[in-house]
Ligand binder design. Structure first.
Ligand SMILES: Nc1nc2c(ncn2[C@@H]2O[C@H](COP(=O)(O)OP(=O)(O)OP(=O)(O)O)[C@@H](O)[C@H]2O)c(=O)[nH]1
Length: 306
């Protein structure tokens, strides 16, 4: 009876030789405890991708189980922060001595955050899609953080056209009359008075930033806050009528095309001195069946491409 098991990855000849940029696994189910500044450690259900390069041209393959078990250790024995991710990447490399000198771990998950209502003092949960990518390349670690922020955008063109209709309706109705303040006040409170409303749409800002390689902590909450504060109209969790009215006011005072949203966020990211960034604004139009999209990058050599 054979007692030793064949070990194809170590002993078989490659069908064809050649270097490969990334080899590994995708869609790994991986719950873990995530640590980030201003956030109590939180369990998230991530989907992970784990890779090493294969730079030894005639090796049959990498050792998938070693990557999988290093991630499992991160999930069950540790909390995820820059330090433990660096350890996991180091394990990827040391367990593939002679085969690989690059490794990458990508986590995709939803981060639940408590969000306050605009005026009523209530709060509720809101989930933010996050992608955290950690890479080691010949001993140098880099981190990249991507978040999606959902907000409402009201079309400035539509708002101007609606105002014109309101003015036209007003001049038709009261052509010859001298009006009292209370008559105008009452008329403004009717559907005939505000005869048109501008369209607005649910919109998503996807922002990706390169983090300093020496960071001690991730800071997802403050990145999200930065973007929401700039956009002014993030979608809300708990909403009472006073919150809804305030949301309507904020929408009316922050009319924006996708270009406006993109320029606001670009200016904010520039002010924070990220070494690189990518942003994509998607306005899921209610006027059209297609979307309005704007993209910008920092524009550094070798950096993100638009
Ligand atoms: N390299 C590689 N492995 C694969 C692939 N698909 C499935 N596997 C399996 O991944 C399993 C784990 O591989 P290894 O990490 O080499 O497992 P092992 O030999 O038990 O572990 P070590 O003793 O640490 O080398 C093997 O059973 C492979 O068959 C693939 O496309 N490439």
């Amino acid at each position: 009876m054979q007692t030793t098991m064949p070990d194809i990855a170590n002993t078989a000849a490659a069908l064809q030789t050649g270097k490969l940029d990334w080899v590994g696994m995708g869609d790994i189910e991986l719950p873990f405890i995530f640590e980030s500044l201003d956030l109590a450690p939180v369990t998230v259900n991530a989907k992970a991708r784990a890779f090493v390069n294969l730079h030894q041209e005639d090796a049959k393959g990498i050792h998938m189980s070693r990557l999988f078990l290093a991630l499992d250790h991160l999930s069950t024995e540790q909390q995820v922060n820059p330090h433990t991710l660096a350890q996991a990447l180091d394990t990827f490399i040391t367990s593939h001595e002679g085969l690989s000198d690059k490794a990458q771990i990508e986590f995709k998950f939803e981060l639940p955050l408590r969000r306050k209502s605009l005026l009523s003092g209530k709060a509720g949960w809101k989930s933010y899609p996050v992608v955290l990518t950690s890479t080691i390349n010949q001993g140098v670690i880099s981190f990249e953080l991507s978040v999606d922020v959902t907000y409402s955008s009201t079309c400035p063109c539509s708002a101007a056209l609606a105002r014109q209709l309101i003015q036209n309706a007003f001049s038709e109705k009261f052509a010859q009359e001298t009006l009292t303040q209370s008559e105008v006040l009452e008329w403004l409170g009717t559907t005939q008075g505000i005869v048109a409303t501008p369209h607005s749409q649910r919109s998503i800002a996807n922002v990706k930033v390169k983090l300093d390689q020496n960071i001690q902590e991730f800071d997802v909450v403050n990145l999200i806050n930065l973007l929401e504060d700039e956009l002014k109209t993030p979608v809300q969790a708990a909403v009472k009528r006073e919150d809804e009215q305030e949301f309507a006011r904020l929408n009316g005072q922050n009319l924006m095309f996708c270009e406006d949203a993109a320029r606001k966020i670009k200016t904010t990211l520039e002010s924070k001195e990220f070494s690189d960034y990518f942003l994509q604004i998607n306005h899921y139009e209610s006027l059209h069946a297609h979307d309005a999209v704007a993209i910008a990058v920092k524009g550094i050599e070798g950096g993100y491409k638009a």
